[in-house]
Design a protein around this ligand. Structure first.
Ligand code: AP5
Length: 214
């Protein structure tokens, strides 16, 4: 089975790009952030625990995230490939994930890069649908109707971890705990770096030009 891990700092576009790739390749996408947000919305015990960390921009405890990820991966095991967005975020999570791969699984880490200025601009103007989670950007990827989701007409809101002080903390965690995983992955798995500047169409075109499973 093929696993593509979408890797990169907050706001680089992992969720947006992942949705397009998921539809093009017919691979399900598992986003740990989305799964956690769903749990928060439903008020499950996992969601209540996670919310405490998420609103401060801190990482949720590893075991809690891993459990939800494993449940989803088990369900999707019959497909040809899976996109993973948001996991791993630290070395312990990288070891946990390696533990569930089978010998014949093929793994790629897709590393998206851009400058902090671009990330901050993308995060500050992001809006998501309160109902279905669809992602918009007020300037670059706006909804057709002001304040409403194109997919389900739900209300568009700002994520509560997209406040400036929380964004700064998330970027700091990425630099200190998550980015160092590149070294680990380049020794164990295939790493592909993708320039995440420019329009969504340009980024998708860049990805399509790569011979991923050579
Ligand atoms: P998570 O939801 O995973 O957040 P993140 O990694 O910080 O990433 P984002 O969702 O903020 O950004 P993105 O890269 O997906 O960008 P997007 O496509 O939205 O995690 C949230 C929290 O959950 C964490 O802080 C943590 O607390 C917890 N958590 C999750 N996983 C965890 C784990 N494994 N361990 C522990 N805790 C965990 O795009 C951003 C904006 O840019 C949008 O407005 C979009 O419309 C716009 N945009 C996208 N592409 C373009 C483009 N090409 N041009 C212009 N605008 C664009």
């Amino acid at each position: 089975m093929r696993f593509i891990i979408l890797f990169g700092p907050p706001g680089i576009g992992k969720g947006t790009i992942g949705k397009v790739l998921s539809e093009k390749w017919n691979y399900p996408i598992i986003s740990t952030g989305d799964v956690l947000r769903e749990n928060v919305k439903k008020g499950t015990p996992a969601g209540l625990k996670a919310e405490f960390f998420m609103k401060k921009g801190e990482l949720v405890p590893d075991e809690l995230v891993f459990e939800t990820l494993c449940e989803r991966i088990k369900k999707e095991r019959s497909t040809e490939g899976i996109l993973i967005d948001g996991f791993p975020r630290n070395i312990k999570q990288a070891h946990m994930l390696d533990g569930i791969f089978a010998n014949n699984d093929r793994i790629i880490l897709m590393n998206f890069i851009s400058s902090d200025d671009v990330l901050i601009e993308r995060l500050s103007l992001r809006r998501i649908c309160k109902n279905c989670g669809a992602i918009y950007h007020l300037k670059n990827i706006p909804p057709k109707k002001n304040g409403r989701c194109d997919v389900c007409d739900g209300e568009l809101i700002q994520r509560n971890d997209d406040r400036p002080e929380v964004i700064a903390r998330r970027l700091e965690i990425f630099r200190n705990e998550t980015r160092p995983l590149l070294d680990y992955y380049s020794k164990k798995h295939r790493v592909i770096t993708v320039d995440a500047n420019g329009s969504l169409e340009e980024i998708i075109k860049r990805i399509e030009e790569i011979d991923l499973w050579e």
